[in-house]
Design a protein around this ligand. Structure first.
Ligand SMILES: Nc1ncnc2c1ncn2[C@@H]1O[C@H](COP(=O)(O)OP(=O)(O)OP(=O)(O)O)[C@@H](O)[C@H]1O
Ligand SMILES: [Mg+2]
Length: 246
């Protein structure tokens, strides 16, 4: 079967006032349909750059990126990005935020879908709330629901839960796993949270510091639900941290 996402020998060099800055050097990997791949690497190594190139928001300099065997030349409706900064409109209610991306559908249908996904992420009863009336964790849920409501084939996530407290972070991961069990998406997650990567992903790509190349790719050998405190889990976490030089 062809890969859902194929990245082949990808290079990225930014021109800067101090000369060319090499960020990605020969990145090579694939993501299968329905697979969850996490990318971990030191801060500033080029994770966001990699995600942005794969999602079509900026071009690479050398190499190739393809989704469903079609070269990526810009953002596509097949994928949606959940970013660190967030993209919820503060002037719209939760429901309106969810309805926003559903152009072309009848109003009733938009509303039905919005409310369905609000419920799926645990926001039932808050459809009429404005973002300022919600908490950081709830806002993240709106973010996730807004991405899912357009039924993307691929979810690109860039440190989606980094701004949350530790407890909410774990809760959001469990929610995400529950949702992914219901609606199978292909996921590419960028994170510097090694525990998050092991908790969620089928495979983990470990990047070197900048310029990023792939140090290793490993398969997470645990079935879901995963126990974060098991000796094997902790052992794997330590192994990855060692690879990251921590
Ligand atoms: N448009 C740009 N022009 C020039 N340099 C850039 C540009 N975008 C990113 N960079 C540089 O490329 C490097 C990689 O940035 P990137 O945001 O991809 O790192 P990251 O791994 O996502 O970091 P973090 O973990 O802190 O989010 C950094 O040194 C950054 O300064
Ligand atoms: Mg980043």
């Amino acid at each position: 079967m062809a890969a859902k996402i194929a990245v082949r020998n990808l290079w990225k060099i930014y021109p800067t006032p101090d000369g060319p800055l090499s960020v990605l050097e020969g990145i090579d990997f694939t993501v299968a349909e329905g697979e969850f791949v996490a990318v971990v690497g030191p801060s500033g190594c080029g994770k966001t750059t990699l995600l942005n190139i794969v999602a079509g928001f900026e071009p690479g300099d050398r190499g190739a990126v393809a989704v469903d065997a079609v070269p990526v030349s810009g953002p596509s409706r097949k994928g949606i990005v959940i970013s660190q900064q967030g993209s919820v409109f503060p002037w719209l209610t939760v429901r309106r935020n969810l309805m926003f991306g559903l152009d072309g559908l009848p109003r009733q249908e938009k509303r039905r879908l919005a409310d369905h996904y609000a419920e799926l992420v645990g926001l039932k009863g808050f459809e009429e709330a404005f973002p300022y009336q919600t908490s950081g964790g709830m806002l993240k849920r709106v973010e996730v629901a807004r991405a899912l409501v357009v039924k993307p084939e691929i979810l690109y996530m860039d440190e989606p839960f980094a701004a949350l407290d530790a407890l909410t972070r774990v809760r959001m991961r469990l929610e995400l796993l529950r949702i992914l069990a219901q609606e199978k998406h292909t996921v590419l997650l960028v994170t510097h949270d090694v525990e998050e990567a092991i908790h969620l992903a089928d495979r983990i790509l470990i990047l070197s510091s900048r310029p990023a190349s792939i140090r290793s790719i490993l398969k997470v050998p645990f079935a879901q639900p995963r126990k974060l405190t098991s000796p094997e889990f902790i052992e794997l976490k330590e192994q990855i941290l060692r690879e990251l030089g921590v």
